[in-house]
Design a protein around this ligand. Structure first.
Ligand SMILES: [Zn+2]
Length: 969
């Protein structure tokens, strides 16, 4: 349904003036660039955005914000996340819940540190002290935060913008120190030498969450033979049984028996301290045709024979358990090493089934080494350079020249069986995009093992939406190793420990934690760098300050953000811990959801959230990741304000961005692009025009004076209220379940199918043609007023600006100065009348069938407006017949006329078939439908074809009904 300008009425202004036309200040166009900021200012002035949430009488609702990183421009991922949160908050707020949304920012960490460093030249960097770097980093983070905050505000997000939480705030840092301290005192924090993911390019340890696995990585893999120098008696005996006699002396043994291994990191060979086997696998001694026996897994013999180009004829087969106790000579360094039993991680999927073991460079290696008392040798420094312990290879870099040099040396030593490049998943530093290595270092760990079962129980008590989230995080927590929480960087919260300068003893106790926590609460974490040990040590140790050295490690930023439940949710007024809801991207199962869970469980034995809702990622319209190189990046600010070419990229406003968020099934990845935006803008316009039509027809309506009681309304109006009640129920249910795409579909269908194409289409005659105060018009206005107020409420969480704009344009007085103060729409029971559904459905179906026949005539250009038609309906189905009877018996004679509902000038029910037809439908099971040209002449005012035109001398071109209306005006 659209507004029609009536050319006839235009030609004769006198009759146009007698129609009741639309009148409203609510524009057809949103003019969002100007209007949305005005409405936002109105919310601020009237204390609607934050104060209302704080003063609501209902129970507290806490959606605890996951902090975005304070770096870079806002993108569609931010939009999806923050708008979803805002939709939920606004809905809860309208339900009367107490809502304080505290926005957060993650401010520490390497990317910001790097930004600061990149902005400086060589000279400046040399003069840079840790403290200067921290000041610059803090200023940078705050500036970035301010930019992002301005964007969030423009999207219509409501939050406690004056009191955000930043992980660099001193009260936040102090709370984080407390979390660390409590975990330490409970025995969950320890220091240990352990291989960790190490980034030589960043010179720091990395957490799992800081790794990425790009496609296309290849490593220079090598197959190497280690000469045996000793064979245990048991093995010798077992081999003898199979006819293989090993030489007794070591020198002969070396050339006879060799252990074959495979590695993708040749640079770790100088750190080799053992070869591990799986005790349950079969291993075979295979003759290589050159006089030596190679030990390989029996299952891999054929594959290896082909790969190495050696015959590898099997001479004997033994269980891995028997190989333990073999000793071999390191082919490059002067040392003898054992073959040991590893674990089930040793398989026959690739390699040789015997695993080169360097405890300083791999987690399995480390664990196996610990079982067999091997030292943790790590001859690689923090830049990835081999140290003196690597012998002749010292000074080479493991990611550059070490591999070729070591491969060359293997070849020279006659130990190289094969070299080939090998493509596999390999961890890279997500920031520098450079490969990482495993490197054993002294690090601080949170012992997940110490509270793993509690964490799993806590996961079980949480509601995960979608449910698959539970399995994801459960598997991750069940399998994860201890959490390495120390970083060798400057821009972060210090690990608050002291080391004894001579003994290396660590000082970390209740006293020291309390003292540092108090200092940080007062001065911020800079104090760790500003003051020396004499002030940082607790009073009990200040006398011996010279003996202690403060630590230089900072905490993993995931520990920062993972402490937000302690620093924010459980500390600030108006928030609850555990929070009602955490809502982030599905990658946070291994990020923030997990770090928050681990710290909360370790300290308090419970999850920090009751429900966790996840969303996917924003992709382009073809389902591809957005990237600058593909040129498919959609910028939320361009959606709102338009791009350089406003024809191609028009300014849609924040509401269209928000409508997009509501429209997608965010449980998976979601597409966005120019085509989708055009469709959304179309839906937006339909809703807006529906609202405008309702508002425009209410300009002379005052509910207190003109409204008709619901019980006294005609059937059509009663049905419209019943239908609205059902739609609002379904919309409420969709919001409760966070299924906003259902809201989007319901809203669209309601505005288009129920209102525009049906109820309001029929209402035109009632609204325009009647005298202003006619009951048939006032009853329609009654329904329109009831609907517009609730429609505004139902769209308010999503289309907040449009909803408020509607409210501010209501043409009559209401008690509430904002749609949000009215609260979530509820409908009185008087609206509900399910007995209307069945007959109305029959009549709507009939209307659809008649419209199809009329359309057919229009298509042949035999008919213009439907009012030019006369229709005969002969009901066939019993249900239609009874609906017609119901309408005749109970319908309001002025409103519930089927002729008016069909928008035709004449209607005949039953009777003889007509002779002169324009078209007919004989096949419809509902009814026989015949269409003919309407008899009589067209009334110039109401466009109906009537036979009583010309009977009134003053109005020769009007029908009797219109003449009567004019008399009453
Ligand atoms: Zn008329």
């Amino acid at each position: 349904m659209t507004e029609q300008t009536r050319p006839d009425a235009d030609a004769r202004p006198s009759y146009k003036d007698t129609l009741n036309l639309l009148e409203t200040g609510f524009g057809m166009r949103a003019n969002a660039i100007q209007r949305e900021p005005e409405l936002q200012a109105l919310w601020r002035e009237r204390g609607i955005d934050l104060e209302m949430g704080l003063s609501n009488p209902g129970p507290v609702f806490t959606l605890h914000d996951g902090p975005p990183y304070a770096n870079g421009a806002l993108h569609m991922g931010h939009a999806l996340n923050k708008v979803l949160k805002d939709i939920i908050n606004k809905h809860r707020l309208m339900q009367g819940r107490q809502v304080r949304f505290v926005p957060g920012w993650d401010c520490h960490g390497l990317p910001i540190e790097l930004k600061v460093l990149q902005a400086m030249d060589q000279e400046q960097r040399r003069a840079l002290t840790p403290l200067k770097l921290r000041k610059k980093a803090a200023a940078y983070a705050r500036k970035q935060m301010e930019g992002q905050m301005a964007g969030f505000k423009r999207w219509g997000i409501w939050a406690d913008w004056d009191h955000p939480y930043l992980t660099l705030q001193k009260e936040y840092e102090a709370a984080q120190i407390e979390v660390f301290g409590t975990m330490a005192l409970k025995g969950h924090i320890y220091r240990g030498l352990k291989p960790v993911h190490w980034s030589p390019s960043s010179r720091t340890a990395l957490a799992e969450a800081e790794l990425e696995y790009p496609d296309g990585h290849t490593s220079p893999s090598v197959y190497v033979a280690f000469p045996a120098v000793e064979a245990p008696q048991q093995l010798r005996a077992a081999l003898q049984d199979q006819g293989v006699d090993l030489p007794a002396d070591g020198d002969s043994l070396q050339s006879t028996l060799q252990v074959a291994i495979w590695t993708t990191t040749p640079w770790t060979l100088p750190a080799n301290l053992a070869v591990s086997v799986n005790d349950r696998l079969d291993y075979c001694l295979a003759d290589d045709g050159r006089g030596r026996l190679l030990i390989v897994a029996a299952d891999l013999r054929d594959t290896l024979s082909e790969k190495l180009g050696l015959p590898l004829a099997a001479k004997a087969v033994v269980k891995g358990a028997l190989l333990a106790g073999l000793a071999y000579r390191h082919p490059l360094l002067d040392r003898h090493c054992p073959v040991v039993i590893g674990g089930d991680y040793i398989t026959t999927e690739s390699g040789t089934g015997l695993v080169h073991t360097a405890p300083g460079h791999g987690v399995d290696d480390f664990n196996t080494g610990r079982k067999h008392d091997l030292p943790v040798l790590c001859p690689v420094d923090e830049a990835g350079t081999l140290t003196e312990e690597a012998g002749p290879f010292a000074g080479l870099n493991v990611l550059k020249d070490a591999n070729p040099a070591i491969i060359e040396a293997l070849e020279a030593a006659g130990a190289l069986l094969l070299q080939e490049s090998y493509g596999h998943r390999y961890p890279y530093d997500w920031r520098t995009k450079k490969p990482t290595i495993f490197r054993a270092t002294e690090q601080w760990f949170a012992s997940v093992e110490g509270f793993r079962n509690e964490a799993l129980a806590a996961i079980d008590a949480v509601e995960w939406l979608p449910a698959s989230g539970r399995n994801r995080i459960e598997a991750m927590v069940a399998e994860r190793g201890d959490w390495c929480i120390s970083r060798q960087r400057t821009w972060g919260v210090p690990i608050p420990v002291f080391y004894h300068r001579s003994s290396g003893e660590v000082l970390l106790n209740a006293d020291s934690i309390a003292h540092i926590q108090a200092l940080i609460a007062e001065h911020g974490a800079d104090v760790w760098w500003e003051k020396d040990e004499s002030e940082l040590l607790p009073p009990s140790h200040q006398g011996e300050a010279a003996q202690w050295r403060k630590g230089t490690d900072t905490m993993d930023v995931w520990f920062d953000s993972g402490s937000s439940w302690a620093a924010v949710a459980s500390q600030r007024d108006g928030l609850s811990y555990p929070a009602d809801l955490y809502l982030e991207g599905s990658d946070q199962h291994r990020g923030w959801f997990q770090s928050s869970l681990l710290t909360s469980v370790a300290v308090n034995g419970q999850a920090p959230y009751r429900t966790v809702l996840t969303h996917g990622f924003a992709l382009d319209e073809k389902g591809r990741k957005m990237s600058k190189s593909l040129g498919n990046v959609v910028d939320p600010m361009v959606i709102i304000e338009g791009g350089k070419n406003q024809k191609q990229e028009p300014p849609y406003g924040a509401d269209v961005l928000r409508l997009w968020v509501s429209s997608v099934d965010y449980s998976a990845d979601v597409p966005i692009g120019a085509g989708i935006l055009r469709q959304l803008a179309d839906v937006y316009r339909k809703v807006r025009n529906t609202a405008r039509y309702l508002l425009g027809n209410l300009h002379d309506f005052d509910p207190g004076r003109d409204a008709i009681p619901v019980e006294a309304l005609p059937l059509l109006d009663r049905w419209m209220l019943q239908r609205t009640a059902v739609v609002l129920d379904e919309i409420s249910d969709a919001f409760e379940r966070y299924e906003f795409f259902r809201f989007f579909q319901l809203l669209q269908n309601y505005c288009v199918a129920d209102l525009s194409n049906f109820y309001l289409d029929i209402a035109k005659d009632r609204l325009y043609v009647s005298a202003p105060n006619d009951r048939r018009r006032r009853s329609c206005q009654t329904v329109m007023a009831l609907i517009i107020e609730r429609l505004a409420g139902a769209i308010a969480p999503v289309l907040c600006h449009m909803a408020e704009d509607i409210w501010q344009n209501l043409p009559y007085a209401v008690a509430e100065d904002s749609v949000f103060r009215r609260g979530w729409p509820v409908v009185p029971d008087t609206w509900r009348n399910e007995s209307l559904n069945a007959p109305m459905q029959q009549l709507r179906d009939l209307r659809g069938a008649v419209n199809r026949v009329l359309e057919e005539c229009r298509g042949r250009q035999e008919l213009g407006a439907s009012l030019e038609a006369a229709v005969r309906v002969d009901a066939r189905s019993a249900s239609l017949q009874s609906a017609l009877t119901w309408l005749a018996d109970h319908g309001d004679p002025e409103v519930d006329g089927l002729r008016d509902w069909l928008l035709v000038s004449q209607l005949q029910l039953g009777g003889e078939p007509w002779a002169e037809l324009l078209a007919s439908d004989d096949a419809n099971p509902l009814a026989v439908i015949e269409v003919a040209r309407a008899r009589g002449e067209k009334c110039e005012r109401c466009w109906h074809y009537e036979s009583d035109i010309g009977q009134h001398a003053d109005h020769p071109s009007l029908c009797g009904r219109c003449v009567a209306v004019l008399k009453r005006r």
